[in-house]
Design a protein around this ligand. Structure first.
Ligand code: SF4
Length: 569
């Protein structure tokens, strides 16, 4: 029996830097279960939630570290962990989406702990996995973590046909570091979902892998368009039943686009409606506008029954204007991308109408700024955003960081082939960069100042920033476009709040200060109105929204109590 520790190194942070740790690292679950089924001792750790000292005390013989986003902080934590483990070091497995993009950086970070030969021979080694890791862990677990027979098994299982030839996974050996590429995944339906840990540590919310893959090729995204996989509706029901028995209250369906295949997603939704309508469990998933539109139209009655409860859908809207959608390459994978982009505004309107008056709300993902954007586009985007927020106050949610989001570098994306990270900030109209940075600074302040536990805090903050976006545009419009020397403002290679100050200073000391003071005045006015806005939303919540939701009485009682505590009623 081998002791295996699987550690998720990344965690999300809010805009103000708060660590968000209650997210179950479900991408490690299948590998964890493979190890356990093969008779090994395995544990899952979440960096930040579980102190890394716990990993050390567990004395793993195999250490799997997962990196799902690029974070120097996570790499530093991982290096400190590996350094602190006694020699001989455990076999090291490095995986996660970031490994493919930053392979060299990881190799440099860890190879010093894995020299080619050690006093104990060659067994301690580091394996970097580019792609799904389940087949590798299966092969290793089947062979007591002995790499040679495991790789033979892997070569047989992961073979694929290229032209007329069958080829196995690629392997590059550098010293004692092995880099494996082209591994295929185990079908989702065959992955085990049992959890031998307490969901309370993740706030009684669970993540489920019911969809994998995205066939789109948005220019800004690193997605490798490939095979799409779903679990069967029966498997989804079995996992949900097990999770409810373990106390799950919220279930998040992972996957970049749950409705990538509208028919299969709808079959799962139908199974959930048939089996769990009264369970009170809420679901959340990500979707694209076009595929959610297709799914809802496929079986409107099913979706109508589903959306009675308080579910969330995170919708990749990206932009409201078709011209920007075309520029972002959002519909490149579809026939006639421009025509598809032109269809999106009507689809967004349809979806908001469809879900309004139900318990489900839609969180819009936007890329509100891109370096090619014109001032006129910004004005039109702002006007549409505000109009939709006012017409669909419950259904449409905008998180603050979506309002100032700037199209940014994503390694592996098509745009990244020709652009460096700083190029994304070389705005053709520098006034828009100034606005984005100003909104970001205020967004961080809102996040820090938010102490409310009531769920619509984001709704209020989003509304304030959206108003600020539109009103600040009018102020910034009075500045001549050529007031700024962007090359000088960006010469520090990174973009931060200092860039905002540098841009403002380029207007001249007093003029720059006046501009920021004028923007602050707008912000302060909106912020001062927050209490009134909260009350307005609270009253409307009681009168309009809660009666539409089945479990409204208990929600209403809890909600009224919160309002009373805050002196709003
Ligand atoms: S942005 Fe979303 S829809 Fe577009 S390629 Fe990436 S994952 Fe797919």
């Amino acid at each position: 029996m081998v002791r295996v520790a699987l550690v998720n190194m990344n965690y999300y942070r809010s805009q103000s830097g708060r660590a968000l740790l209650d997210i179950e690292p479900v991408h490690l679950l299948a590998m964890h279960n493979i190890c356990r089924r093969a008779g090994h001792d395995s544990r899952i750790f979440q960096n930040g939630l579980h102190p890394l000292g716990d990993v050390r005390r567990y004395r793993p013989q195999v250490l799997g570290l997962s990196f799902i986003g690029h974070s120097p902080e996570a790499i530093a934590d991982a290096r400190a962990l590996v350094r602190s483990l006694p020699t001989p070091k455990p076999m090291l497995l490095l995986g996660g989406t970031d490994i493919r993009q930053y392979c060299g950086e990881y190799q440099t970070a860890f190879s010093q702990y894995y020299p080619y030969s050690t006093a104990e021979g060659l067994r301690p080694m580091a394996i970097m996995v580019q792609g799904p890791g389940e087949h590798l862990v299966q092969a290793l677990a089947d062979h007591e973590f002995d790499f040679s027979p495991a790789f033979d098994q892997l070569s047989r299982v992961c073979r694929k046909k290229i032209g007329h030839h069958w080829v196995g996974p690629g392997m590059l050996v550098d010293g004692n570091v092995y880099i494996l590429d082209e591994l295929s995944g185990i079908p989702l339906n065959d992955q085990l979902f049992e959890r031998d840990y307490d969901l309370a540590q993740y706030g009684h919310s669970a993540q489920v892998k019911w969809e994998d893959g995205c066939s789109a090729r948005c220019d800004f995204c690193c997605n490798v368009a490939g095979r799409i996989d779903y679990v069967s509706p029966e498997r989804a029901v079995a996992e949900t039943r097990a999770l409810i028995a373990q106390g799950a209250k919220k279930i998040r369906i992972t996957g970049a686009n749950f409705t990538a295949r509208p028919r299969e997603a709808t079959a799962i939704i139908q199974a959930l409606v048939d089996n769990f309508s009264d369970s009170g469990v809420v679901f959340d998933f990500e979707s694209r506008v076009d595929t959610l539109f297709a799914a809802v139209n496929l079986a409107p009655e099913t979706w109508r029954r589903f959306c009675r409860l308080l579910h969330h859908i995170e919708l990749g809207v990206e932009a409201f204007l078709p011209s920007r959608l075309t520029r972002l390459g959002k519909y490149n994978h579809r026939h006639d991308p421009q025509a598809r982009a032109e269809e999106q505004p009507a689809q967004v309107e349809f979806l908001l109408q469809f879900f309004s008056g139900t318990g489900t709300h839609i969180i819009f993902f936007l890329i509100n700024f891109d370096w090619q954007m014109t001032f006129n586009e910004a004005e039109r985007e702002g006007a549409i955003m505000l109009d939709l927020l006012q017409r669909f106050p419950w259904t449409m949610r905008l998180l603050a960081d979506n309002i100032f989001s700037v199209l940014h570098y994503s390694p592996g994306s098509r745009l990244a082939e020709t652009m460096s990270p700083i190029d994304y900030f070389r705005f053709q109209d520098p006034r828009l960069l100034l606005l984005a940075l100003y909104l970001k600074a205020k967004g961080a302040q809102l996040d820090k100042d938010s102490t409310e536990s009531i769920s619509f805090v984001h709704l209020i903050n989003g509304r304030i920033l959206a108003e600020l976006y539109c009103q600040a545009l009018k102020v910034i419009n009075t500045l001549p476009k050529d007031s700024f020397d962007l090359a000088a403002a960006l010469d520090h290679k990174t973009v931060s709040h200092k860039t905002l100050k540098r841009l403002a200073r380029q207007l001249g000391f007093w003029r720059g200060r006046r501009l920021l003071a004028e923007l602050d005045q707008i912000f302060n006015r909106l912020w001062a109105n927050k209490k009134a806005l909260t009350k307005e939303f609270a009253v409307r919540m009681l009168e309009e929204r809660l009666p539409a939701i089945p479990e409204s009485q208990s929600l209403k009682d809890a909600f009224m109590q919160v309002l009373r505590n805050r002196g709003l009623l």
